[in-house]
Design a protein around this ligand. Structure first.
Ligand SMILES: [Zn+2]
Length: 445
């Protein structure tokens, strides 16, 4: 059992903040909030001092590609399609050509751990990772070893892929089924890992592949994540090919009857927004990636007005380049304000909801708010620094506009301490980091 004692600010959700309160965790859930006497629980209690601190729901990064953690700081002058051709595809080729680095763990474990370390240090407790099929079993293994929650979806495509023969997609399907067999155990209460299906985008997948995805999603009860309407080019292609906008096309495939998270949704029409609402699609807003690749500005105002639950995400580290939801919240709010020339368009509370509750919905987990019975995925920050000095009555805008990843001190995931006072308690970070740097030099040079 864990007891946060004397928390100065407990952010239960964007509209409910409690002050000077205790919080008890039993098993993997929040058990009680109020005044709690540790003597009632005896020796089995570990106490964390919350004086002067903020405790909040863990942040959720609802879309990334962790393998790109080895590709930070690359080209910043290319739109999506040439960026894939010049940055993304060559790295995948190198990976297959070079094989395993002598004396090292598989690189998929290391890139996954690198991303997970960065995310937990940034207060992210859960992620949806659309990753490569290369040694894919080891990607969630890194999260499991660290104690992080995550959803793994192998990114699948059988069209618009360089030099791919038909056997490649069959191999990818095998990889996906292997992952499901190895990791998908939703009936286990303490399971940190889920598997989802990750068809890359409508224009990169044949209708045969999308039908296969739908069948597996129904058979195993899985969520589906897919990039939708990221660029204007994609929309033009959709209209040329199907005479439909991308989400309208997806409706014709039947895929929208599955639990779908639609990544980007930058160029969604009002009709598609209404369609998303009808099917319960969760759009995933990636403001920094959309800015860096020059993709455009997602219609967040219209999506919120339609009543959609939106999740927030960083996208991969090659197009961001940080896996940091605090930066993403700020960037996401400011991008909307400037593009509408209206500062009232999107509030700090809207952004916090996307980064917590919306993300939890996207992950299909009962978290994202702090309340008894909810999963104990919590973050404790120390606001005692010049950049976070706050003297007003409302802590939420200060949190969204001032907090930095470096303010995160302690992270609890699924009721377990993963990081305490900025030190990971589950792994040897220094040793792992040395191995990651070696692998990064070997593969990404
Ligand atoms: Zn993506």
């Amino acid at each position: 059992m864990l007891l946060f004692k004397n928390i100065s600010y407990l952010i239960c959700d964007p509209f409910k903040v409690e002050q000077d309160v205790d919080l008890l965790i039993e098993g993997n859930k929040v058990a009680r909030i109020g005044t709690i006497d540790p003597r009632d629980y005896g020796q089995k209690l570990k106490i964390l001092d919350g004086r002067g601190k903020i405790v909040m729901p863990g942040l959720v990064n609802a879309h990334t590609h962790l393998w790109q953690s080895l590709l930070k700081g690359r080209r910043d002058d290319l739109p999506l399609v040439p960026w894939c051709e010049e940055v993304i595809f060559p790295f995948i080729q190198v990976l297959h050509e070079r094989g395993r680095l002598d004396g090292s763990r598989e690189v998929s474990y290391l890139w996954s751990m690198l991303g997970a370390l960065e995310m937990v240090r940034s207060g992210i407790t859960s992620v949806i990772d659309m990753d490569l099929g290369y040694q894919a079993n080891l990607i969630p293994q890194a999260w499991f070893d660290l104690g992080m929650r995550g959803v793994i979806a192998i990114e699948m495509a059988d069209e618009w892929v360089p030099e791919q023969d038909s056997s490649a997609i069959e191999q990818e399907k095998e990889n996906v089924l292997g992952l499901i067999e190895h990791w998908h155990r939703p009936w286990e209460k303490d399971n940190l890992i889920q598997v989802a299906l990750g068809p890359s985008a409508p224009f990169t997948c044949s209708e045969t592949l999308l039908a296969w995805v739908k069948d597996q999603a129904e058979k195993y009860g899985l969520g589906v994540q897919i990039h939708v309407s990221e660029t204007r080019w994609e929309v033009e292609q959709a209209l040329l090919t199907w005479r439909k906008y991308p989400l309208e096309f997806l409706e014709t495939t039947g895929l929208l009857s599955c639990p779908v998270t639609a990544v980007h949704c930058v160029h969604l029409t009002q009709k598609e927004i209404d369609l998303a609402k009808r099917y319960g699609v969760i759009p995933v807003y990636n403001p920094k990636s959309n800015m860096k690749l020059g993709s455009g500005v997602a219609p967040v105002k219209e999506m919120l007005e339609a009543g959609l639950e939106i999740a927030l995400a960083t996208d991969g580290a090659a197009s961001n380049d940080l896996l940091d939801s605090f930066e993403e919240m700020r960037a996401g709010a400011m991008l909307q304000k400037v593009s509408h020339e209206d500062p009232s368009i999107l509030s700090a509370r809207d952004m916090l909801r996307m980064a917590t509750f919306g993300g939890a919905k996207a992950c299909r987990i009962d978290a994202g708010i702090v309340a008894p019975g909810k999963l104990a995925d919590l973050v404790m920050l120390n606001p005692s620094s010049p950049h976070f000095s706050h003297f007003g009555p409302d802590i939420v805008p200060a949190l969204v506009y001032c907090a930095k990843a470096s303010d995160v001190e302690t992270v609890v995931i699924n009721g377990e301490l993963v990081m305490q006072d900025k030190r990971f308690v589950t792994i040897e970070e220094d040793l792992l980091y040395k191995e990651i740097v070696k692998a990064g030099r070997f593969y990404a040079n």
